[in-house]
Design a protein around this ligand. Structure first.
Ligand code: HXC
Length: 520
């Protein structure tokens, strides 16, 4: 091999020295502190996220362009590492904020590095993944850092639904550092070492006098259980990054493509005999909807989204015959599966995410209705419940509905009935479709007759039985064409797979509009 001349050697040495300087970020002490906090460094995170050797760095030698207050301040790599790589062999773009450099704070050039990879992701039709660990707007850069956030938020919104955007929260994210993730499709947090808040504990104390810890204010538990801001939480950075890889396996590269097909050895016609044990005909006896889902899908694998928030509804990804499917299911074990405000928000958002990215939707129905109550009414259940109706009607992906047991009232419609646009609707023999349960119906419709009867108890029982005969079964709805078939429970997997196969090339053209106006 020819040896470079002295002059070239010097240039190469300088490049290598500068690169090493950038790669050291905030230096060994701050990196040590980062690791002591149980966190990986920005570059270690990229290495853990991407397929080995696939990372191509961009903007390596970017320098901050801050004004007077930034004079003499060094910011290696500008506090963020950016580039492209692959996950499961498919290209993604990534930015990884470096907390060791000025707290990962966002200045003008830092933002320019981020928007560069966002633009490349949009142009090439690839997902963009943000690894967030940032103290928010760089205070020393003033309005320039606010402008930097504006440029990122703008792209988050414009590229929303065009390419998947995924946010991993891996440190204390404050101010602007949380609004960009909030505009993306999914937020994954690391428990114990990541926080999200608009204003931190100190500001809160000075304004409202409330005293709160970081964790209690914006930790992973808060955002995955109480606020519904985050979708998933994991133990540590490596687990979050593995979670991002897993999540992407259910999604296409962009809105024009289909999700990847993952071949499975699980037979299409595997019988579901176990369902006969899980679900009983007793409408009042709750059962584990999770077990129903595990029984139906490929290899029993279900990636539940927001598993700890609004647990009365289940949302998540699985595969049927190798193809991605988004599942929305009532959970009879929590609040009897009724729909409330949070459940409506959770399901509507999930349905829209599936629709953006061509993931067909399977809806499993066992619901008595919307949750009654003054608090729900006053907090706007009408507005929130409407989101679900809207999301189902708006979605043009293949939609299959299976009524497992009861499907009553407004919730019958909100859970994607035939009229709301379901392409195929099935019911098990245990299903009952009616305006409400037989007891409630008899009490309202036959109140006078029951009241006037010699034996009101016997009359009530007779009226309940009459109503059950008339509606508390799947055959009246099937007779009127609202249900396509009442199916054997043990044959459900095959029927669902064949139904989605039937719908694979489905196209639905809607009237021209700029965009719909979903109630928010
Ligand atoms: C510049 C910052 C910074 C910031 C921290 N640093 N925040 N530099 N701009 N916003 C620097 C520190 O000086 C320190 O530098 C290093 O980052 C690490 O910070 P520490 O405070 O030592 O770390 P820690 O104790 O872990 O606390 C992390 C933190 C805290 C909770 C994030 O730093 C913090 O509260 N920062 C301010 C957060 C904030 O108010 N941001 C602005 C939000 S307003 P050295 O050199 O010592 O390592 C906003 C506007 C946009 O974002 C809104 C759009 C809607």
């Amino acid at each position: 091999m020819t040896q470079p001349g002295t002059e070239l050697q010097e240039l190469i040495a300088e490049m290598e020295m500068r690169r090493r300087r950038v790669e050291e970020g905030g230096g060994p002490d701050r990196q040590k502190k980062q690791r002591e906090g149980g966190k990986l460094t920005a570059r270690e995170r990229i290495a853990a996220l991407l397929d080995p050797g696939s990372f191509l760095e961009l903007g390596t030698f970017a320098q901050h362009q801050g004004g007077r207050l930034m004079q003499g301040v060094e910011a290696p790599g500008e506090g963020v590492v950016t580039g492209r790589g692959t996950i499961h062999g498919r290209q993604v773009f990534v930015f990884s904020q470096d907390f060791t450099v000025l707290g990962g704070s966002l200045g003008k050039m830092n933002a320019a590095k981020v928007t560069k990879v966002m633009d490349l992701a949009a142009k090439t039709g690839c997902p963009v993944i943000g690894l967030n660990d940032s103290a928010g707007a760089r205070i020393q850069e003033g309005v320039d850092s606010l402008s930097g956030y504006g440029e990122i938020f703008y792209r988050n919104a414009v590229y929303s639904g065009a390419v998947p955007q995924i946010s991993a929260i891996l440190g204390p994210c404050a101010g602007g550092a949380v609004y960009s993730p909030a505009l993306t499709d999914f937020i994954l947090m690391s428990g114990g070492s990541s926080y999200m808040f608009i204003t931190g504990p100190e500001v809160i104390k000075s304004v409202t006098r409330e005293e709160v810890t970081f964790d209690a204010l914006g930790g992973a538990d808060v955002h995955t259980r109480k606020s519904g801001v985050a979708h998933l939480s994991y133990d540590g950075d490596a687990a979050v990054l593995a979670g991002v890889r897993d999540l992407l396996s259910y999604l296409p590269q962009n809105a024009r493509e289909q999700p990847p097909v993952v071949p499975t050895a699980d037979p299409v016609d595997r019988r579901n005999d176990r369902l006969l044990e899980i679900v009983t005909p007793d409408q009042r006896k709750p059962y584990a909807m999770h077990e129903v889902i595990h029984e139906l899908v490929d290899d029993g694998t279900f990636l539940e989204i927001q598993p700890h928030w609004a647990r009365n509804i289940l949302c998540g990804f699985a595969r049927l015959g190798g193809h991605s499917v988004g599942i929305v299911a009532n959970n009879p074990r929590v609040m009897a599966g009724t729909l409330n405000i949070d459940a409506s928000d959770k399901a509507a958002r999930f349905i829209r995410t599936c629709d953006c990215y061509n993931v067909p939707v399977l809806t499993l129905v066992d619901v008595t209705g919307f949750l009654p109550g003054v608090a729900q009414e006053h907090a706007g259940i009408i507005r929130h419940g409407a989101k679900m109706l809207y999301a189902y009607a708006e979605a043009t992906v293949p939609k299959v509905t299976l009524i497992t047991r009861k499907s009553y009232g407004g919730a019958y419609l909100a859970m994607n009935s035939r009229d709301m646009g379901a392409d195929a609707v099935y019911a098990w023999p245990t299903a009952a479709v009616a305006v409400m349960g037989a007891e409630g119906a008899a009490n309202i419709v036959y109140r006078r007759e029951i009241g006037n009867a010699e034996n009101p108890g016997a009359m009530r029982a007779q009226k309940i039985a009459d109503y059950k005969d008339a509606f508390d079964n799947p055959y009246v709805a099937a007779g009127k064409g609202y249900i396509d078939d009442v199916i054997p429970m043990e044959d459900t997997r095959r029927i669902l797979i064949q139904s989605f196969e039937m719908l694979r090339d489905k196209q639905e053209i809607r009237p021209y509009k700029k965009h719909g106006n979903i109630p928010l």
